[in-house]
Design a protein around this ligand. Structure first.
Ligand code: GLY
Ligand code: MN
Ligand code: MN
Length: 439
C-alpha cells in the first residue's frame, strides 16, 4: 500500500483553501546531513514536505500560490534537481523537471537553481506569505532576503506580502488528523514492529549482547523494507532505567529484564513499541509485581483514549494506578492523592504517558488549544507508554526492587468505536510472554 498522487493533491487542495486568496506558501524539504567527512546519513525527506508532495528527493521546494479570485484556483510549483547523467551515475535517479510534472503532478516545475529568481516574481501581488518559520536557519535567511527583494520590486507598482504567517500551524493540524490510508500505513509499520518484538522475545538468551538483540529487530525491519523510526533502545537490567539509553553495548544477564523500545517506519509512517521481558524467559516475583502494575496502568490508560476525553486523561489514569501499586508494595508510603498532587511519584515515573504519532515518532500537533489540553477526536493517534523505574542506587527502597525498569508502549487510534490498538499483535501479559518465550 502506498499513497498516490491523488492523496497528495487532496492535501494541497486543502492547504490552498486554508491559506486564502492572494497568498503563497513555500515549503522546503530537509537538507542532506553528513555523518562524518563525506559519508552522509541515508536521506529522509522532511515529513511535512513529503506529506504535501510525495517527493522524496533532497534539494526541493514546493510553492502553492493563490490569486485574486477563487475561480483562478491555485498553482503548485515544484523546484527540484535537474536530471544530470554524471551525477545520476554517482548518486542515483532524479525525477528532474519533466518528472516533477509528469509523475508528481506539478503545474510548474523549475530547476532548484532558479528558485531565487523565480520566487521574487511569485511573491509579487501576494498579500500573505505562509512559511515554516524556524525549521531551517539557512532557509529562514533566504525568506528574509526574498521578502526584502520583493518589497524593493514593489516600488515598481506591484505589492509584496506584508504578512508572514507560520505555515506549520496549518500543516501540523492537518497531519494530526489522520486519513484512513494513513492509519493503514501505520498499521503496516506496527505489524512489522510487532513481528520484530516477537522475534526479539524468541531469540534473547542470557549472555547475549544488547546490540545482538537489536540486530534481530533490524533484520525484521530491513527485510520488510523499513528503517527504524528512532534509535532503538535495548536496555538490559538497570540500563532500562536510563530513558534514552541507546548505547546497547552491554551483556544481557540471566535474571534481568530487558526493555526494548524500538519500531520502524513504513512509507514515511512511524510506529513506536516498548516491551519489557525477562532475559531468561521467566519473571521473578519482584519483576512480576512491578510489571503487573505497569500493565494495569497501561490497559486502563488505553481505555481512556476516547473521543471527547482530554489528551491528559490517560496520564491521570495511569499515574493513579502506578502510585496505588507502589503504595501496595511498600515502595512508596503516604497518601495517594498527596503523592499525585506533589508529583512525588516522579521518583519512579518521570515521563509523560504518550505523544502524538504519525509521520514522525514524536509527531506534530498542538497539545493545547486556547490554553486547554485538547480533546481526542477521531483519527488522532497517540502512544500509551507508562513505566516504572527504580534507580539502582535508590536507597529509599528495599534493595530487591532496585535496578528494575519497565515500560509498556502501544499505539492507539481514536475511533468512533473506542480505542483501536495498532500494536496489539505483540504479546504483553506475563502469561503470554512466558508462553511465547518457552515455545
Ligand atoms: N521511542 C520514543 C518514545 O517512546 O517516545
Ligand atoms: Mn513513544
Ligand atoms: Mn517508544
Amino acid at each position: 500500500m502506498k499513497l498516490t498522487q491523488s492523496d497528495f493533491q487532496k492535501r494541497r487542495d486543502q492547504l490552498a483553501a486554508e491559506i486564502g486568496l492572494r497568498s503563497i506558501a513555500i515549503i522546503a524539504t530537509r537538507e542532506e546531513m553528513f555523518r562524518n567527512r563525506d559519508a552522509d546519513y541515508k536521506y529522509r525527506a522532511d515529513s511535512s514536505f513529503f506529506y504535501l508532495t510525495g517527493f522524496a528527493e533532497p534539494e526541493a521546494v514546493a510553492v502553492i500560490e493563490t490569486f485574486d479570485t477563487e475561480e483562478e484556483g491555485y498553482t503548485y510549483s515544484l523546484f527540484c534537481r535537474e536530471r544530470n547523467r554524471e551525477m545520476e551515475i554517482w548518486t542515483g535517479y532524479r525525477a528532474g523537471i519533466d518528472g516533477a510534472v509528469d509523475d508528481y503532478d506539478a503545474d510548474e516545475a523549475y530547476a532548484i537553481d532558479l528558485l531565487d529568481e523565480e520566487i521574487i516574481a511569485k511573491l509579487q501581488g501576494k498579500e500573505r506569505l505562509f512559511y515554516r518559520i524556524g525549521q531551517q536557519a539557512s532557509f529562514d535567511a533566504k525568506i528574509t532576503k526574498w521578502i526584502a527583494e520583493a518589497s524593493g520590486e514593489s516600488r515598481r507598482g506591484t505589492a509584496a506580502p506584508t504578512q508572514l504567517i507560520q505555515l506549520d500551524t496549518i500543516l501540523d493540524e492537518m497531519r494530526l488528523h489522520k486519513e484512513p490510508k494513513e492509519i493503514e500505513l501505520m498499521q503496516i509499520a506496527s505489524d512489522i514492529s510487532a513481528q520484530a518484538h516477537t522475534q526479539a522475545m524468541k531469540s534473547v538468551r542470557p549472555g547475549m549482547m544488547e546490540y545482538a538483540l537489536e540486530a534481530e529487530l533490524n533484520y525484521i525491519f530491513g527485510k520488510n523494507g523499513c528503517v527504524p523510526s528512532y534509535n532503538s533502545i535495548v536496555g538490559g537490567g538497570e540500563n532500562a532505567c536510563i530513558l534514552h539509553y541507546v548505547e546497547n553495548n552491554k551483556q544481557l544477564n540471566d535474571g534481568d529484564l530487558v526493555l526494548i523500545d524500538a519500531a520502524c517506519e513504513y512509507e514515511f509512517y512511524a510506529s513506536d513499541i516498548t516491551r519489557t521481558f525477562p532475559v531468561n524467559g521467566k519473571f521473578n516475583p519482584e519483576q512480576k509485581a512491578l510489571y503487573n502494575i505497569v500493565l494495569d496502568a497501561q490497559i486502563a490508560a488505553i481505555d481512556a483514549v476516547r473521543i471527547g476525553n482530554s489528551y491528559k486523561e490517560p496520564h491521570y489514569v495511569a499515574v493513579r494506578i502506578l502510585v496505588q501499586g507502589l503504595l501496595n508494595l511498600g515502595i512508596m508510603q503516604g497518601d495517594l492523592d498527596e503523592i499525585i498532587e506533589t508529583e512525588a511519584y516522579r521518583q519512579f515515573y518521570m515521563h509523560g504517558t504518550g505523544h502524538w504519532l504519525g509521520m514522525d515518532v514524536h509527531d506534530v500537533g498542538a497539545y493545547k488549544v486556547d490554553g486547554e489540553w485538547r480533546t481526542y477526536q477521531e483519527g488522532m493517534v497517540v502512544t500509551i507508554e507508562p513505566g516504572l523505574y527504580i534507580a539502582p542506587d535508590d536507597e529509599t527502597v528495599d534493595p530487591k526492587w532496585r535496578g528494575i525498569g519497565i515500560r509498556i508502549e502501544d499505539d492507539i487510534v481514536v475511533t468512533q468505536d473506542g480505542p483501536r490498538n495498532l500494536t496489539a499483535k505483540v504479546v504483553k501479559t506475563i502469561e503470554d510472554i512466558e508462553a511465547l518465550m518457552a515455545s
